[in-house]
Design a protein around this ligand. Sequence first.
Ligand code: GLP
Length: 233
Amino acid sequence: MNWEECEDYGALSRRAAEILLAAIREDPRVVLGLPTGRTPVGMYDRVIAECSRHYHCFRDVTTFNLDEYAGIPREHPGSYCAYMKQHLFDHVDIDPANAHIPGGDAPDLDAKCIRYEAEIAGASSLGLTFLGLGQNGHIGFNEPGTPFDSRTRVVELSHSTRVANAGLFVDGKVPARAITIGIGTILDSKRIVLLASGESKRDAIARLRTGEVDESFPASALWKHRDCLVLSA
Ligand code: GLP
């Protein structure tokens, strides 16, 4: 595992954007795994600013989001669909058909999960995946105790995750369930970059640094990957 300690959130965002844009330059058809949450907002802002100068950045890129809440419509302001439109998709030239989010409003969620996993496999798996980090070590919505070989599926969110994400819902009502790609799906990605910023992530980063690999701490699975970079600030 490689580590880069950034001076502050701005530096972390610049570095993450630089990695994302370099991956597109290197392979304009790259398949990206994309996170949501507060941490990647600065990265997306910088990517958009850069893409306005080089308009065709995302024309041939495919993206798969890591997760989505279950039981809320795509238009719900708290949904990750709404988040991605606001923070990236509405501002770059991505083909909407290539921007995948595991719709949590599908009538049959289990079937949706199987299809989503197959779509990722059909794209030859993820090329470069960015991850955020939950305070309890979750990646995507893979909560503590998730098997490291897990695949895309419906999950119950932990109380602490729902509390941590309540601020992103105007009414504070965070759905109880979500769809997430699995830890196995994440580990299949050719490259991984984990982003963690701020005081609330210090303990999780310190635990990750110990190198102890245990399913009670999902992010520790990343030690099993041969090309993972942790960017912290
Ligand atoms: C949510 C997302 C995760 C994300 C985490 C951290 O739970 N499902 O993918 O990594 O939040 O979010 P934040 O960056 O807001 O701390």
